[in-house]
Design a protein around this ligand. Structure first.
Ligand SMILES: Cc1cc2nc3c(=O)[nH]c(=O)nc-3n(C[C@H](O)[C@H](O)[C@H](O)COP(=O)(O)O)c2cc1C
Length: 173
């Protein structure tokens, strides 16, 4: 099972729009893919689900993580790295079995010029610590406000070419 992680809890995020676009692309290609938005984490996560605590709400999310073999992380650039809420989510998941020997594709997005190159590198380090096999083709989508059309689809030919290549390779990965 593939799960796309929208890696921020910011309301109205471009990250969630890109995550939904990735899901539509996979479904159109006949590949089943779920979506987990970090906006749906328990609001009190740092008290309810860290360090051995477990809430009923997070149990459902943990169940999705357990069933997932391949993750696509869509990750916005926040202060030159990946969002803190993504690390809190990872820290809340059961260790090591949640991610051990699973696979991931990474997509960085930003309003600035760099498409979260550094945050994707930082998160790759976290993935390797957890024994997630990260696919080497990573995407960096900069100036995200210029990339989405009125229907929240990525539309630029160059971007679409790389998204398609990344998804085809990830399905085979
Ligand atoms: C807390 C925070 C920090 C941010 N830091 C950066 C940054 O370092 N570089 C950058 O290009 N954009 C930065 N942005 C802008 C995001 O890249 C932009 O909002 C983009 O749309 C992706 O984030 P989103 O999914 O929250 O919309 C930041 C946004 C937030 C909310």
């Amino acid at each position: 099972m593939i799960t796309i992680i929208s890696s921020t809890n910011r309301t109205g995020s471009s990250t969630l729009k890109v995550a939904k676009f990735y899901q539509r692309q996979l479904l159109a290609a006949g590949v089943d893919a779920g979506l987990l938005s970090l906006a749906d984490l328990p609001p009190n996560l740092i008290q309810s689900d860290l360090y051995g605590n477990r809430s009923k709400e997070f149990e459902v999310i943990q169940g999705v993580v357990n069933k997932t073999e391949k993750f696509i992380f869509i990750i916005p650039e926040y202060n030159g790295s990946f969002p803190g809420v993504l690390k809190v989510f990872i820290d809340a998941c059961d260790f090591p079995q949640s991610f051990y020997n699973k696979k991931a594709a990474l997509v960085g997005i930003s309003s600035g010029k760099y498409g979260n190159v550094r945050g994707i590198d930082h998160f790759t380090g976290v993935c390797h610590y957890m024994h997630i096999n990260v696919m080497s083709l990573k995407l960096h989508i900069s100036s995200i406000h210029k990339e989405l059309d009125a229907d929240d689809n990525l539309y630029k030919p160059d971007t679409l070419k790389y998204v398609t290549e990344q998804l085809e390779k990830f399905v085979a990965f």
